[in-house]
Design a protein around this ligand. Structure first.
Ligand SMILES: [Zn+2]
Length: 348
């Protein structure tokens, strides 16, 4: 009897919850893996706060949530249009574990074993993209894209405060933009791993030999984040002179040591990381808010890796590759220093 009453009570509570839920939390997702995500209440500024692609998934600090919103609202309108058209969602989680728990249990992100939305090594954020083609007519290509930003980063040293929140938002938006362009072009992958972008990246690295070593690397020291991404800590130059050890190395090999996550091109992932970081420079400046990526960004920025940057810049301004058909005159002709000039189709 007691048991039955308890059950009745539980049922009443559940019904009450269901009746109240639609009005108060129209777009709650979850709980999935004990994590519930809710639309951010301030719906102004366009994507992702456009009713709604910005979801908070823990008891967040409002100033920090707003700092992510302001960064993403501030992206160029053509970029945001591509992100809206691709239905890119942004989730703000307490940490990586909670993000993984949510994505693993949420059928919208785990149907068919879409493991790309989880990560065992993402530090402060992660952007997942899954593409699939209907097995039956009309056989069209479909995409699912989600950005996860973690309030705490997970480094090799353990969990630490995410002091890089805005830089992470810019960088992850760069990944999402590449995937959104895959949607725009009806392709499986984005221009970040296109044969053309890979070719100009390798060309840029070969051209590092023509830049003075201390111009390229200066005396920047890596942030905690860059160190966790594998950057070695010793300054390449001191007082304008190349330090011992680096004086016998080629610039592209030093770059591999100082920004390995971005320019040590061992696979498709690395090209995507360079693309996302170059996007973050266009969106948020070299080094980003807090100058946390000075070492990396000064190696890969315009006038350093000029030809790959030209590709990302063309997309940033026009959503199209550089080449004769680009809508802007300035992106129809490659910079004179770029002798590797892939076709527009090779850059999609
Ligand atoms: Zn990345």
């Amino acid at each position: 009897m007691k048991r039955a009453i308890q059950m009745l009570g539980a049922l009443a509570l559940a019904a009450g919850f269901f009746l109240a839920a639609p009005a108060a939390h129209a777009a709650d997702e979850g709980p999935y893996g004990n994590v519930t995500c809710t639309d951010f209440p301030t719906q102004t500024g366009g994507w992702p706060t456009d009713n709604s692609h910005y979801k908070t998934c823990f008891n967040y600090n409002n100033q920090r949530a707003l700092s992510i919103k302001s960064v993403l609202n501030g992206l160029r309108s053509n970029v945001k249009t591509a992100l809206v058209n691709a239905d890119v969602n942004v989730y703000y989680f307490a940490n990586r574990t909670q993000a993984n728990d949510f994505f693993a249990a949420n059928p919208a992100y785990s149907n068919g074993g879409w493991g790309v939305f989880k990560s065992n090594n993402a530090r402060c954020g992660q952007t997942g993209h899954y593409s699939w083609t209907n097995p039956l007519p009309p056989f069209q290509l479909n995409h699912k894209i989600a950005i996860a930003i973690y309030d705490d980063c997970t480094f090799a040293s353990g969990q630490v405060d995410n002091d890089f929140l805005q830089k992470v938002a810019y960088h992850e938006a760069g990944h999402a933009f590449a995937y959104a362009l895959a949607v725009q072009f009806d392709k499986t992958n984005g221009p970040d791993v296109s044969p053309g972008y890979r070719a100009v990246t390798l060309y840029d690295k070969s051209e590092m030999a023509s830049i003075a070593t201390c111009t390229l690397f200066s005396s920047y020291t890596p942030s905690d984040y860059e160190i966790d991404l594998g950057a070695s800590t010793a300054p390449v130059c001191t007082g304008g002179f190349v330090n011992p050890g680096y004086d016998t190395m080629d610039n592209d090999d030093i770059a591999d040591e100082k920004a390995p996550y971005f320019v040590n091109q061992s696979g498709n992932l690395r090209y995507g990381e360079l693309w996302a970081e170059q996007f973050s420079i266009l969106a948020g400046g070299v080094g980003g808010p807090g100058d946390f990526f000075d070492l990396t960004d000064n190696i890969i920025k315009q006038n350093r890796m000029d030809c790959s940057m030209f590709v990302v810049r063309a997309y940033w301004f026009t959503n199209q590759p550089p080449g004769p058909n680009n809508p802007l005159v300035g992106y129809r002709t490659w910079p004179s220093g770029c002798s590797t000039t892939p076709s527009e189709s090779d850059l999609k």
